[in-house]
Ligand binder design. Structure first.
Ligand SMILES: Cc1cc2nc3c(=O)[nH]c(=O)nc-3n(C[C@H](O)[C@H](O)[C@H](O)COP(=O)(O)OP(=O)(O)OC[C@H]3O[C@@H](n4cnc5c(N)ncnc54)[C@H](O)[C@@H]3O)c2cc1C
Length: 478
């Protein structure tokens, strides 16, 4: 077989693929992203970036660019759309939600990846691949064949890569659908506002809200599942609005119309040999709580440095497999919380009573905080074995004598944050930075941070540190 043209091919340039490409480029891995579409989608979903994703943007120096294009909103009301203020003292400098159109975030991440040297080819669909001991041969729609050492399927919920890989995708199929679109409304504004507010008292899945001059965004649930291949028509919206609201509000002149289902599925394996899955290709769930894109971007940051280490040749034996062991349970937890949220949106008397009870319980700060840390992903603690509570958690953007922690993580390297001023990273200095700072606002003598910002070690003993440097960063250079 001929030699690889690049190190990693990524199928799909959505948010996950673009973020992964950028993460790999931080380590000079040769990356080619293949995106089947030539144009962005006609429909524009506004997505919410949650705290952990905003932190990741700050960690990679992207925060200012992203803030410019999004709108900050309070970090509250996420769980099943239960209207409660944010809990006190969330442990983050970025405790807000950033609303941003999905195409804008995809553009920004793609631009960032390309600035770092990733190649992106649009209009190239991956239709097949074969893997062997040395690499993967990827086949495109026009018959072209490309060779790489690894392939990552970031090609969305109907992932071709996942299907060809034969990885099972167990879970529940779509049982109901929601129509979503932007259109003009003929009924008077006051009448619309009154009907909508009455309806939302009992059905939080329904919404009809202004989305620009003269245009409304309409979100309306339907019973059952239609032929997903056919896009919805304006008549579908009218019929469903009449069924739910008793009026179609005189909707006309649609800008775009789309639909989404509530399938909930998780890939059984995230890796088979040289082929991996990330983002929606690995997990799908209803959009309640706004977690899918966040989860995909966070998969990319977890996988990027590990796959780079594998390509560069310094990865410890089992490092790449920790991508599955760490991220699969996180997605499982997100799937479960969306299942719970969907139940809480039901208009049946039982779920409505549970919703009222949970609404009361959320007055307890601890309950509110627990749910918030789940949805925003700042509560994640990977299982790195026994150790203090900090081990496996992400470190917030703490103050240092030379600024903020996240400012030191832009290059995606490990970091030894050392308050003792007597430890060293020795032969790992090509992969791990060392900052001695006795003033660091840290509740531990010293921590070792992985490139994804999670705490890989806590302590003050050099021999123990060396053991953990080997565990995460392989053999020392000399
Ligand atoms: C109504 C709605 C609201 C949402 N709101 C939020 C929210 O507020 N917050 C949030 O976090 N998430 C939200 N989501 C979920 C979010 O949109 C997805 O989770 C996210 O798009 C997943 O990103 P991805 O890159 O993994 O996959 P995708 O965005 O699906 O990208 C996959 C890419 O791969 C390309 N592709 C597909 N097949 C191939 C192939 N064979 N070869 C090459 N390229 C291919 C596609 O064209 C596409 O560009 C929402 C979803 C919906 C439906």
């Amino acid at each position: 077989m001929h030699s690889p043209q690049c190190d990693v091919i990524i199928a799909g340039c959505g948010p996950t693929g673009a973020m992964l490409a950028a993460e790999l480029r931080l380590h000079a891995v040769r990356v080619l992203v293949l995106e089947k579409e030539t144009e962005p989608a006609s429909f524009v979903r506004i997505v919410g970036l949650h705290i952990r994703s905003i932190e990741l943007m700050a960690m990679r120096g992207l925060l200012e660019r992203i803030l410019e294009r999004g709108r900050r909103r309070p970090a509250a009301g996420f769980f099943a759309a239960i209207d409660k203020p944010a809990p006190e003292g969330l442990n983050s400098a970025y405790a807000y939600l950033l609303g941003i159109p999905q195409p804008v975030i995809v553009d920004l991440l793609e631009e960032h990846a390309m600035e770092l040297g990733a190649q992106v080819r649009h209009g190239c669909a991956v239709v097949g691949f074969e893997q062997d001991d040395d690499g993967v041969t990827v086949e495109l729609g026009d018959g072209e064949r490309l060779r790489s050492r690894y392939l990552v399927g970031c090609d969305g919920g109907r992932s071709t890569v996942r299907k060809l890989l034969g990885v099972a995708f167990p879970g529940e199929p779509s049982r109901s659908e929601t129509l979503m679109g932007e259109m003009e409304v003929g009924a008077p504004q006051e009448e619309v506002a009154a009907t909508v507010s009455e309806l939302r008292e009992t059905d939080r899945r329904f919404s009809l809200a202004p989305a620009g001059v003269g245009v409304y965004r309409v979100v309306v649930p339907t019973a059952g599942v239609s032929d997903r291949a056919a896009p919805p028509t304006l008549e579908d919206f009218r019929r469903q609005l009449r069924a739910i609201a008793g009026t179609d509000f005189g909707v006309h002149s649609p800008r775009w119309l789309s639909r989404f289902g509530d399938a909930t599925r998780l890939a059984e394996r995230y890796r088979v040999g040289r082929v991996l899955l990330a983002g929606d290709a690995a997990h799908v769930h209803p959009p309640i709580g706004g977690q899918g894109l966040n989860l995909g971007v966070q998969d990319a940051v977890n996988l990027g440095w590990k796959l780079a280490a594998q390509v560069r040749g310094w990865a410890p034996e089992t490092l790449l497999d920790t991508y599955h062991t760490e991220r699969h349970p996180v997605a499982g937890d997100v799937l479960d919380n969306t299942r719970a949220q969907m139940e809480l949106l039901s208009t049946e008397p039982g779920p409505r009573a549970v919703r009222r009870l949970l609404t009361e319980l959320m007055d307890f700060e601890e309950v509110n905080r627990h749910l918030m840390e789940k949805i925003t992903a700042i509560g994640i603690r990977y299982d790195f074995g026994d150790g203090p509570d900090l081990l496996g958690r992400r470190l917030p953007d703490i103050d240092l004598k030379q600024g903020h922690l996240y400012g030191l993580l832009h290059r995606g390297r490990g970091l030894l944050l050392d308050r003792t001023e007597r430890l060293t990273v020795g032969g790992w200095s090509d992969r791990v930075d060392h900052l001695a700072d006795p003033t660091a606002a840290l509740d531990a003598p010293c921590v070792l941070l992985r490139p994804d910002g999670h705490v890989a070690w806590v302590g003050d003993d050099q021999r123990d540190l060396d053991k953990h440097l080997s565990r995460w960063f392989g053999r020392p250079a000399n």
